[in-house]
Structure formats: structure tokens, C-alpha cells
Design a protein around this ligand. Structure first.
Ligand code: ZN
Length: 131
């Protein structure tokens, strides 16, 4: 596996820690790492709340990237609740990535399965955008 995927995996794995914050909030069941075009890794965990106030790990990582002044994504991976690495982002996360990079989102690489080294592009997952 490409060294950068391993670094992203280690970054996400270090945050993968499901925990209860309050009677209404849990977090950390899913952890994500985003590689920006500049080569920096940004991370985030999912936050699950009462009344849909939470956020996916992927979007949390993207917001972290935006907070730090970047907006172009190269690679995405996540650690799922069962501890396995890889999987397709949900529709909301895909939509955010497409809106951030409308002209070149199709090249974003998504790790689908770390053990099998299977990578897909956002263009394969989202071939036709609605706008
Ligand atoms: Zn999502």
C-alpha cells in the first residue's frame, strides 16, 4: 500500500475511539483522514447527537481542512465502527466534496478496503452530479 495511505490510516486509527460524551452525544465511532492537495493530512471523527446535530467523520475532517485554509482534496479514508479501514462516504459527504471541487472532484481517491488495497475515485462513486 502506498506510504501516504499508511500515514493516513495511522492518523485516523489514533482517533478511532467510540465514546459517550453525554446522554445525547457520542463520538469517535468512525474516524477519517483527508489528504489535501498540498500533502497535509486532516482528521475528524463522527459526532452523533440527538436531533441530527452531528456530523460524519469525513465532513468533520473536511471542515478541519477548510478551517486550516485549504479546500482541495486528494485522498479520503475512514476507519469504520468495526475497526476496519475503508468504505464509501455517504451521499452528504460526497455532495460536499463535489461542491468544493466541482471541476475536478472525479479524481479524488477513496479508500474502499485497506486490506485489499482497493481504491475508487469519487468520479466512479458519483459519476453524474445533479447540478
Ligand atoms: Zn458522510
Amino acid at each position: 500500500m502506498n506510504k501516504i495511505w499508511e500515514q493516513m490510516y495511522e492518523a485516523a486509527k489514533s482517533l478511532h475511539n467510540a465514546r459517550k460524551i453525554s446522554d445525547y452525544v457520542t463520538c469517535g465511532e468512525v474516524a477519517a483522514a483527508i489528504l489535501s492537495k498540498s500533502g497535509k493530512i486532516y482528521t475528524g471523527v463522527c459526532v452523533d447527537t440527538c436531533s441530527t446535530l452531528g456530523i460524519c467523520a469525513e465532513r468533520n475532517a473536511i471542515f478541519n481542512m477548510l478551517t486550516n485554509g485549504e479546500h482541495e482534496i486528494d485522498k479520503v479514508l475512514c476507519i469504520m465502527p468495526d475497526g476496519k479501514c475503508g468504505g464509501a462516504p455517504c451521499g452528504a459527504c460526497r455532495e460536499l466534496m463535489v461542491q468544493l471541487m466541482a471541476d475536478n472532484y472525479k479524481d479524488v481517491q477513496i479508500l474502499m478496503d485497506y486490506e485489499q488495497k482497493r481504491v475508487m475515485t469519487l468520479g466512479e462513486l458519483t459519476p453524474e452530479w445533479w447540478i
